[in-house]
Design a protein around this ligand. Structure first.
Ligand code: BMA
Length: 342
């Protein structure tokens, strides 16, 4: 049993897993699956690349919402099925979203989906056109009918991800308000809702970092994981170089009852582009976490991330080790620790 408990997580004995390679010289206790990438180029007819995708345990295996870049360049979301969380069958058709009356209601494009189970429903959030880039949401209970929910925010906004349970009776959603285009700024905010329709009580969570690897912007990544130390958040941080942006993965721990307060924030990245499939692709130098699986019994965590806007990668960590690393290297500022309302 891990020392840091995972009260919101189930036993997941079939979690994809590999031990940390001996002789691993990287600082942070996060290591790559040695057969990465797990989804390669041209994964299904009409789809050139799958990346930035999210998974959940489902039935005896796993289910995924996959960002598929079609051969016309427009991103949409596809369903994936897997027995082991590593080998994926991709459905050939895009997810057929409907409105509350059951009529077809497709987004014009959809990217960077997240998938979060809350009680008996699975919620999806993604970035889409709402007269400008903003957040789309849908709910499904059977992965056959996908009903769109109201768009939570006006443009511009990206990187929305729900908490996996209500906190003080309210659903909570992290997001990154922005402008149009490839916003050269951005902090993570928190919004609350009693009904998944009206979102408010907005709070600032974290600013972009003072440290180089996250000095341009940050954005929520995987759904926060409830631990006995707080909500463990894997997010992305962006730095600017003379050769373009570099996307890395960071880690923070948010207060359980008031998650706009950051308790610990790791000053070091946890994963940065180093592998060939992260450094080279449609957009080089991108590591973009979107989901985790975790096993409450062992504390094993599998992290799914997009690599170079081309592939899906899998990385591993263990809750005691990653929490200890984040705490040991934590630097928090006033904008992190304050309640986040001005
Ligand atoms: C962001 C999003 C992501 C993408 C990243 C790097 O703005 O569009 O989907 O992975 O840029 O290109």
């Amino acid at each position: 049993m891990p020392t840091v408990k995972l009260p919101g997580s189930v036993s997941l004995p079939n979690i994809p897993w590999q031990d940390r390679p001996s002789g691993d010289r990287r600082d942070a206790p996060v290591w790559r699956y040695d057969a990465n990438p797990i989804i390669d180029r041209n994964p299904s007819p009409g789809v050139a690349r799958i990346f930035n995708s999210a998974v959940c345990p489902y039935g005896a295996g796993f289910i995924a919402v996959l960002r598929g870049e079609q051969v016309n360049g427009v991103p949409h979301i596809y369903l994936g099925h897997s027995r082991d969380g590593i080998h994926w069958d991709v459905e050939p058709e895009k997810i057929p979203f409907v409105d509350a009356q059951g009529k077809p209601f497709m987004p014009r494009y959809a990217y960077d989906p997240r998938l979060v189970k809350i009680e008996d429903a699975y919620y999806m959030m993604w970035c889409q056109d709402f007269y400008g880039a903003s957040i789309g949401m849908a709910v499904t209970r059977d992965f056959k009918t996908f009903t769109r929910l109201e768009n939570p925010f006006i443009p511009f906004n990206r990187n929305a991800v729900l908490f996996p349970r209500r906190v003080n009776g309210e659903y909570l959603l992290l997001s990154r308000p922005s402008d149009s285009g490839h916003t050269p700024f951005g902090d993570i905010f928190l919004s609350a809702s009693k009904d998944m329709t009206y979102w408010g009580r907005h709070r600032h969570v974290m600013s972009k970092g003072s440290l180089w690897w996250e000095s341009v912007k940050i954005g929520g990544g995987a759904a926060p994981i409830e631990t006995s130390e707080g909500w463990l958040l894997f997010y992305h941080g962006v730095s600017s170089t003379c050769n373009g942006f570099v996307y890395s993965m960071g880690g923070a721990i948010l207060d359980l009852d008031e998650p706009s307060r950051v308790k610990y924030r790791c000053q070091n990245f946890l994963l940065t582009p180093e592998a060939p499939y992260e450094e080279r692709g449609f957009v080089p130098n991108v590591v973009f976490p979107c989901a985790t699986l975790q096993d409450a019994d062992t504390g094993r965590i599998a992290i799914y991330y997009g690599a170079a806007d081309t592939f899906v990668g899998l990385a591993f960590t263990q809750v005691d080790e990653v929490v200890a690393y984040i705490k040991a290297h934590s630097v928090v500022t006033e904008t992190d620790t304050e309640l986040g309302i001005r």
